[in-house]
Design a protein around this ligand. Structure first.
Ligand code: ZN
Length: 270
């Protein structure tokens, strides 16, 4: 089901981790941002769009993680984009002959049979420094940063006051750090929050990659929540965050939090 997030922007939410697909209305069809997870959900979305008389004219993946890189043939075959860095990472990952064998370690076993992998990651990298998604619709600015994953893009639709956050600013998931090729994943994340804060000042709507869309006033609150979590990790202080612990939406987040603490402790020792 498509939910209206205001003024030509619709959200389709998967029941897998409340993953949000954003549908932006353009002049000749729609742009799909992070197309979805399960095949039946993408087929349902394709049906809803067809009922509305809206072809999919472009796709965009916010970052190089499997749940943001999927596609289904029923959505057609428009160009699909990501940042250059995102596309390069996906290319490196999928060119490893063992990548497909490792997917079961990434995708939960209860849904792996329902996840269409044929068109996984077939994205074109936009040249480094590209400021806007090339398409015939409202201007969508790319705010590239390195929080959570290298080559991550948060997107802002200035004329609509909508921030599409990617995997930051979730009300159900804590900041998930990328411990890959970076010296300081916490500082990378804090820098990203500063960029997002500047780009979305005064906006009305935030749509995270996972969780509930938030309305006016929620953006500063969510930035503050992510920042407080990161400051606690950085300063080795106790974490008090509604997304971890007894009030958490997802029990597994506590385990993820523990692993992040262990990873950081190991980094400090080395
Ligand atoms: Zn992710």
């Amino acid at each position: 089901m498509l939910r209206d997030a205001g003024d030509g922007v619709l959200v389709h939410q998967s029941d897998f981790l409340q993953t949000n697909t954003v549908v932006v209305q353009g002049r000749a069809g729609v742009l799909l941002i992070d197309p979805g997870v399960r095949a039946d959900e993408m087929v349902c979305l394709a049906g809803d769009l067809s009922d509305l008389g809206q072809p999919v004219v472009a796709g965009f993946s916010t970052h190089p993680h499997w749940d943001h890189l999927l596609w289904h043939a029923s959505l057609g075959a428009p160009p699909r984009y990501g940042t250059a860095r995102c596309a390069a990472r996906v290319r490196d990952w999928l060119s490893d002959p063992r990548a497909k064998d490792r997917l079961p370690q990434l995708i939960p076993p209860d849904i792996i049979d329902q996840v269409p992998l044929d068109l996984l990651g077939q994205i074109t990298g936009l040249p480094a420094g590209t400021e806007r998604i090339p398409w015939d619709g409202p201007q969508i600015r790319i705010v590239e940063h390195q929080a959570h994953a290298q080559g991550h893009a948060s997107l802002v639709i200035e004329e609509r006051g909508v921030l599409i956050a990617g995997d930051t600013l979730s009300d159900v998931l804590i900041p998930l750090l990328d411990f890959g090729d970076t010296a300081d994943p916490i500082e990378d994340y804090l820098a990203a929050l500063r960029l997002i804060e500047g780009a979305a000042d005064g906006f009305d709507v935030v749509i995270p990659g996972h969780g509930s869309p938030g309305e006016a006033g929620q953006i500063p609150a969510r930035i503050a929540l992510d920042r407080a979590y990161l400051h606690a990790l950085r300063d080795a202080q106790p974490v008090s965050d509604p997304r971890v612990g007894p009030s958490a939406t997802y029990d597994f987040v506590a385990g993820v939090h523990e692993r992040q603490l262990q990873n950081l402790a190991r980094r400090r020792e080395n």
